[in-house]
Design a protein. Sequence first.
Length: 481
Amino acid sequence: MKLGQLIPTVDAHDAHVEITGLSADCRMVQPGFAFFALAGAKQNGSAYIDAAMRAGAKAIIHEGEAGATLDPNVSDIRTNNARHALALAASRFYPRQPETSVAVTGTAGKTSVADFTRQIFEHCQHPAASLGTIGVVRANAVTYGALTTPDPVQLHQTLDALALEGVTHLAMEASSHGLDQHRLDGVRLKAAAFTNLGHDHLDYHATMDSYLAAKLRLFDTLLPTDGVAVANLDSPEGAEVVRVAAARGIRCLTVGHRGQDIKLISAGQFGFDQKLVLEWQGQRYDILLPLAGAFQASNALVAAGLALAVGEQPDDVFEALRHLRGVKGRLERVAEVNKALILIDYAHKPEALEQALIALRPFASGRLICIFGCGGDRDRGKRPIMGEIARRLADEIIITDDNPRSEDPVAIRQSILAACPGARDIGDRFAAIKAGVEMVRAGDVVLIAGKGHETGQMIGQTMVPFSDHDTVRSILEEMRA
């Protein structure tokens, strides 16, 4: 593709340069590539311009002075925002996208909302996919990923490939990092949603105001004016989404107890399910939602809002809610044994663990049993906080290893146990889960928290195969034998 097609503002001399690929990583550059020198938190991409040219780059796109003497045969393109330029170039180099794409942002619930929206689209007979923390998910396949929002080149490659294989409807997560770093620029969105705002990622954003501003970029910049915003009004910041959308003339659909469009009239426990009463445009819907936890009901309503925003029929959308399956590792119901419920959740931060335990308490007519640990080489301050949360909200606690990494796992567990001295200390994660499952009685609920969908445990520098799901399955098979 010609450089002028990728970056329309280049001069006539550079416009005809043939470009064979794009990258912001000099190690990935091949002959004929355009290299985008991005400013990073630790290193400026301009330091790698020479390496990119040695690898065969035909164009260098950067901000300000190059910091290197460019080969006269290499196009020198200066821009005010190299990240934005990369995203738009990637969208042109990989031009195909699913016809209907929606995005969701928020501190919690993004993965569930994206996957629930995919499931609703599938119920409405659309070839659909979701993209986010757990990778690319289709009806019968999962391609695991590493980032909630991939880099622009990988993202647009993925969108192009999905469209080529026939996917027409896509629901994707939009992280605050991805939004701030322009990774979603160039994605053609029909609707965008907001779930909530919690205390997170302040190592990157510094303040809650800047964190919220990054989230709001989805609505004040990326969503086109003919798109639809969806806001959870049970989150205080939902009103800000409504204000931002209104300022641009964007239609906003609101959900929740305070919602004006999908209004949650009531929610109650029904066994291990939830009975929801909803109202949409004067029509009442009684929904038996096969998910545990009030916040999962909220996530389901946001997903329904996205589907309605792009024109799906209400009866189809609300019928789909009755058939939703929990997302892998997100308050996922994995088994029932001895009339007790076992769930796996990715909760590895204080707020997430607290939310999960609060959500599950109404479903435990017996004991609420919590099995969790904390990762090594990460925020040490959260360990006693999570221990105190478990002590306060759970009836039985087993502290085990998460991903100890380079730290002493015993020391990690002791930091947690200091705040919940009555807990059992079982370092081996398999043995800890086995102890928790074997102790259940009718009415108990077991939460296995921390690793969710992960299939490995980082011990030292080694990733050891380990899955909470496989562990539960193995233990139950042994118990049945």
